[in-house]
Write a protein that binds this ligand. Structure first.
Ligand code: CA
Ligand code: CA
Ligand code: CA
Length: 256
Protein backbone atom coordinates (compact mmCIF):
# COMPACT_ATOMS: atom_id res chain seq x y z
CA UNK A 1 0.00 0.00 0.00
CA UNK A 2 1.16 3.39 -0.77
CA UNK A 3 1.97 5.58 2.23
CA UNK A 4 -0.83 8.08 1.59
CA UNK A 5 -3.37 5.26 1.29
CA UNK A 6 -2.28 3.88 4.67
CA UNK A 7 -2.89 7.26 6.25
CA UNK A 8 -6.43 7.47 4.80
CA UNK A 9 -7.35 3.95 5.96
CA UNK A 10 -5.85 4.43 9.40
CA UNK A 11 -7.60 7.78 9.68
CA UNK A 12 -10.90 6.19 8.67
CA UNK A 13 -10.52 3.47 11.31
CA UNK A 14 -9.50 6.00 13.92
CA UNK A 15 -12.38 8.23 12.92
CA UNK A 16 -14.88 5.38 13.05
CA UNK A 17 -13.71 4.36 16.53
CA UNK A 18 -13.84 7.93 17.65
CA UNK A 19 -17.39 8.42 16.45
CA UNK A 20 -18.62 5.15 18.06
CA UNK A 21 -17.04 5.75 21.49
CA UNK A 22 -18.14 9.34 21.96
CA UNK A 23 -21.40 11.28 21.55
CA UNK A 24 -23.40 8.65 19.61
CA UNK A 25 -23.51 5.83 22.15
CA UNK A 26 -23.75 8.02 25.25
CA UNK A 27 -26.61 10.06 23.84
CA UNK A 28 -28.58 6.92 23.15
CA UNK A 29 -27.79 5.68 26.66
CA UNK A 30 -29.20 8.79 28.32
CA UNK A 31 -32.39 8.46 26.37
CA UNK A 32 -32.94 4.88 27.52
CA UNK A 33 -32.09 5.63 31.12
CA UNK A 34 -34.43 8.54 31.38
CA UNK A 35 -37.45 6.76 29.91
CA UNK A 36 -37.09 3.05 30.59
CA UNK A 37 -34.74 2.32 33.44
CA UNK A 38 -36.19 4.65 36.08
CA UNK A 39 -37.45 2.67 39.00
CA UNK A 40 -35.79 -0.53 37.81
CA UNK A 41 -32.06 -1.17 37.79
CA UNK A 42 -30.04 1.49 39.49
CA UNK A 43 -28.15 3.53 36.91
CA UNK A 44 -25.11 5.65 37.31
CA UNK A 45 -25.43 9.39 37.41
CA UNK A 46 -28.71 11.27 37.44
CA UNK A 47 -30.93 8.24 36.98
CA UNK A 48 -29.33 6.40 39.84
CA UNK A 49 -29.92 9.43 41.99
CA UNK A 50 -33.59 9.66 41.06
CA UNK A 51 -34.18 5.97 41.68
CA UNK A 52 -32.67 6.16 45.14
CA UNK A 53 -34.64 9.29 45.90
CA UNK A 54 -37.99 7.85 44.77
CA UNK A 55 -37.42 4.58 46.61
CA UNK A 56 -36.58 6.37 49.84
CA UNK A 57 -39.76 8.45 49.65
CA UNK A 58 -41.98 5.41 49.14
CA UNK A 59 -40.51 3.60 52.16
CA UNK A 60 -40.75 6.65 54.43
CA UNK A 61 -44.41 7.39 53.69
CA UNK A 62 -45.52 3.76 53.94
CA UNK A 63 -45.13 1.47 56.94
CA UNK A 64 -44.03 4.09 59.47
CA UNK A 65 -47.10 6.27 59.08
CA UNK A 66 -49.59 3.41 59.03
CA UNK A 67 -47.89 1.91 62.07
CA UNK A 68 -48.76 4.84 64.36
CA UNK A 69 -52.45 3.93 64.95
CA UNK A 70 -51.40 0.42 66.02
CA UNK A 71 -48.93 1.80 68.58
CA UNK A 72 -51.37 4.28 70.09
CA UNK A 73 -54.09 1.63 70.26
CA UNK A 74 -51.94 -0.85 72.13
CA UNK A 75 -50.70 1.73 74.62
CA UNK A 76 -54.17 3.03 75.40
CA UNK A 77 -55.52 -0.47 75.95
CA UNK A 78 -52.74 -1.59 78.27
CA UNK A 79 -52.88 1.56 80.42
CA UNK A 80 -56.66 1.86 80.70
CA UNK A 81 -57.75 -1.73 81.38
CA UNK A 82 -56.81 -3.61 84.54
CA UNK A 83 -57.72 -7.14 85.58
CA UNK A 84 -61.43 -8.04 85.40
CA UNK A 85 -63.04 -8.04 88.85
CA UNK A 86 -66.36 -8.95 90.46
CA UNK A 87 -68.12 -7.04 93.27
CA UNK A 88 -68.57 -8.77 96.64
CA UNK A 89 -71.85 -10.73 96.81
CA UNK A 90 -73.57 -13.19 99.16
CA UNK A 91 -72.47 -16.04 96.92
CA UNK A 92 -68.77 -15.20 96.53
CA UNK A 93 -67.64 -13.65 99.84
CA UNK A 94 -68.16 -14.69 103.46
CA UNK A 95 -66.93 -14.26 107.04
CA UNK A 96 -65.31 -17.60 107.86
CA UNK A 97 -63.22 -17.01 111.00
CA UNK A 98 -63.44 -14.67 113.99
CA UNK A 99 -61.15 -13.96 116.91
CA UNK A 100 -63.63 -12.43 119.34
CA UNK A 101 -61.54 -12.46 122.48
CA UNK A 102 -57.84 -12.94 123.02
CA UNK A 103 -58.34 -11.68 126.58
CA UNK A 104 -61.15 -10.85 128.95
CA UNK A 105 -62.68 -7.44 129.32
CA UNK A 106 -63.53 -4.74 126.83
CA UNK A 107 -60.01 -3.60 125.99
CA UNK A 108 -59.17 -6.55 123.78
CA UNK A 109 -57.27 -5.29 120.75
CA UNK A 110 -56.24 -8.74 119.55
CA UNK A 111 -59.49 -9.28 117.58
CA UNK A 112 -59.39 -10.19 113.90
CA UNK A 113 -61.70 -11.21 111.05
CA UNK A 114 -61.04 -13.63 108.15
CA UNK A 115 -62.94 -13.36 104.84
CA UNK A 116 -62.94 -16.02 102.09
CA UNK A 117 -63.39 -15.59 98.34
CA UNK A 118 -65.52 -18.69 97.68
CA UNK A 119 -66.34 -17.59 94.12
CA UNK A 120 -64.49 -18.03 90.84
CA UNK A 121 -63.40 -14.49 90.01
CA UNK A 122 -61.19 -11.75 91.44
CA UNK A 123 -63.18 -9.74 94.04
CA UNK A 124 -62.63 -6.00 94.40
CA UNK A 125 -62.97 -5.36 98.15
CA UNK A 126 -62.71 -1.57 97.75
CA UNK A 127 -65.83 0.08 99.24
CA UNK A 128 -66.93 -3.01 101.19
CA UNK A 129 -68.22 -2.05 104.64
CA UNK A 130 -67.32 -4.05 107.75
CA UNK A 131 -69.99 -3.27 110.32
CA UNK A 132 -70.43 -4.17 113.99
CA UNK A 133 -72.73 -1.87 115.93
CA UNK A 134 -72.21 0.89 116.53
CA UNK A 135 -69.19 1.21 114.20
CA UNK A 136 -68.50 0.71 110.50
CA UNK A 137 -65.22 0.52 108.60
CA UNK A 138 -64.98 0.88 104.81
CA UNK A 139 -62.21 -1.00 102.99
CA UNK A 140 -60.30 1.47 100.80
CA UNK A 141 -59.67 0.98 97.08
CA UNK A 142 -56.81 -1.20 95.93
CA UNK A 143 -57.59 -4.43 97.79
CA UNK A 144 -58.28 -7.42 95.50
CA UNK A 145 -58.95 -10.99 96.61
CA UNK A 146 -58.20 -13.97 94.35
CA UNK A 147 -60.61 -16.94 94.15
CA UNK A 148 -59.99 -19.32 97.04
CA UNK A 149 -57.87 -16.75 98.91
CA UNK A 150 -58.47 -15.29 102.38
CA UNK A 151 -58.29 -11.71 103.68
CA UNK A 152 -57.44 -10.97 107.32
CA UNK A 153 -58.58 -7.72 108.94
CA UNK A 154 -56.88 -6.82 112.23
CA UNK A 155 -58.24 -4.69 115.06
CA UNK A 156 -54.78 -3.26 115.86
CA UNK A 157 -51.59 -2.56 113.95
CA UNK A 158 -49.47 -2.91 117.10
CA UNK A 159 -47.83 -6.32 117.42
CA UNK A 160 -48.05 -6.31 121.23
CA UNK A 161 -51.81 -5.77 120.91
CA UNK A 162 -52.66 -8.02 117.96
CA UNK A 163 -50.43 -10.80 119.34
CA UNK A 164 -48.03 -10.78 116.40
CA UNK A 165 -50.84 -11.46 113.93
CA UNK A 166 -50.01 -11.50 110.20
CA UNK A 167 -52.83 -9.58 108.52
CA UNK A 168 -53.81 -7.88 105.26
CA UNK A 169 -55.49 -4.71 106.53
CA UNK A 170 -56.31 -3.11 109.88
CA UNK A 171 -59.56 -1.36 110.82
CA UNK A 172 -57.87 0.35 113.76
CA UNK A 173 -59.39 3.74 114.49
CA UNK A 174 -62.87 2.62 113.37
CA UNK A 175 -63.93 1.72 116.95
CA UNK A 176 -65.19 -1.69 115.79
CA UNK A 177 -65.33 -4.06 118.76
CA UNK A 178 -66.47 -7.70 118.70
CA UNK A 179 -68.26 -7.90 122.03
CA UNK A 180 -67.40 -11.03 123.97
CA UNK A 181 -70.90 -11.28 125.41
CA UNK A 182 -72.90 -10.97 122.23
CA UNK A 183 -72.66 -8.93 119.03
CA UNK A 184 -73.20 -8.85 115.27
CA UNK A 185 -70.69 -8.55 112.42
CA UNK A 186 -71.89 -7.83 108.89
CA UNK A 187 -70.49 -7.24 105.40
CA UNK A 188 -72.29 -4.54 103.41
CA UNK A 189 -71.69 -4.05 99.69
CA UNK A 190 -73.39 -1.23 97.81
CA UNK A 191 -75.90 -0.77 100.65
CA UNK A 192 -76.84 -4.47 100.72
CA UNK A 193 -75.92 -6.79 103.59
CA UNK A 194 -74.27 -9.79 101.93
CA UNK A 195 -73.24 -11.64 105.10
CA UNK A 196 -74.03 -11.38 108.81
CA UNK A 197 -72.95 -13.37 111.87
CA UNK A 198 -74.64 -12.90 115.26
CA UNK A 199 -73.55 -14.43 118.56
CA UNK A 200 -75.24 -14.10 121.91
CA UNK A 201 -72.48 -14.98 124.35
CA UNK A 202 -68.89 -16.12 124.62
CA UNK A 203 -69.07 -18.98 122.13
CA UNK A 204 -65.49 -20.28 122.34
CA UNK A 205 -62.80 -20.24 125.04
CA UNK A 206 -60.55 -17.24 125.39
CA UNK A 207 -57.56 -17.21 122.95
CA UNK A 208 -59.33 -19.50 120.46
CA UNK A 209 -60.78 -18.31 117.16
CA UNK A 210 -64.21 -19.40 115.92
CA UNK A 211 -64.07 -21.11 112.49
CA UNK A 212 -66.52 -21.97 109.72
CA UNK A 213 -65.26 -25.21 108.08
CA UNK A 214 -64.07 -25.33 104.47
CA UNK A 215 -66.13 -28.49 104.01
CA UNK A 216 -69.42 -26.54 104.02
CA UNK A 217 -70.79 -24.07 101.41
CA UNK A 218 -70.60 -20.47 102.64
CA UNK A 219 -74.40 -20.17 102.45
CA UNK A 220 -74.48 -22.19 105.72
CA UNK A 221 -72.29 -19.81 107.74
CA UNK A 222 -75.22 -17.93 109.30
CA UNK A 223 -75.93 -20.91 111.56
CA UNK A 224 -73.43 -20.93 114.45
CA UNK A 225 -74.06 -24.65 114.91
CA UNK A 226 -71.96 -25.17 111.76
CA UNK A 227 -68.93 -23.40 113.28
CA UNK A 228 -66.39 -24.70 115.78
CA UNK A 229 -63.51 -23.44 117.89
CA UNK A 230 -59.98 -23.56 116.46
CA UNK A 231 -57.99 -26.74 116.94
CA UNK A 232 -55.42 -26.83 119.72
CA UNK A 233 -52.95 -27.97 117.04
CA UNK A 234 -53.20 -24.64 115.19
CA UNK A 235 -51.17 -22.07 117.13
CA UNK A 236 -50.78 -18.83 115.15
CA UNK A 237 -48.91 -16.92 117.85
CA UNK A 238 -47.09 -17.66 121.08
CA UNK A 239 -46.41 -14.12 122.20
CA UNK A 240 -46.99 -12.91 125.74
CA UNK A 241 -50.23 -14.27 127.15
CA UNK A 242 -50.36 -16.99 124.46
CA UNK A 243 -50.46 -19.38 122.83
CA UNK A 244 -53.29 -18.17 120.56
CA UNK A 245 -55.16 -20.66 118.38
CA UNK A 246 -56.60 -20.21 114.90
CA UNK A 247 -55.74 -20.18 111.22
CA UNK A 248 -55.61 -16.50 110.14
CA UNK A 249 -55.02 -16.37 106.38
CA UNK A 250 -54.92 -20.17 106.12
CA UNK A 251 -57.54 -22.88 105.42
CA UNK A 252 -59.95 -23.74 108.24
CA UNK A 253 -60.22 -27.45 107.51
CA UNK A 254 -63.19 -29.39 108.88
CA UNK A 255 -64.92 -29.11 112.24
CA UNK A 256 -64.45 -32.20 114.43
CA1 CA B 1 -63.82 -8.91 121.89
CA1 CA C 1 -69.67 -4.56 118.01
CA1 CA D 1 -58.56 -19.51 108.55
Amino acid sequence: MRWWLRVIVAGAIACTGCATGSGGVEDAGRGQDASTLDGAVADAGRDGGRDASVDAMVIDSGPRDSGMPIDSGTDAGAMDSGPATCPPTATNLAIVELMIRTETGTEDRGEWIELLNAGDCLIDLGGLEISSPPATYTIPAGHLLEPGERFVLAQSTVAAENRGLVYDLSYTGSNIVLDNNGDTLALIAGGTTIDSITWSSAIVPEKYSFEFPDTRPIAQNASLGNWCQASISNIYSNTAGGPYYGTPGAPNGACP
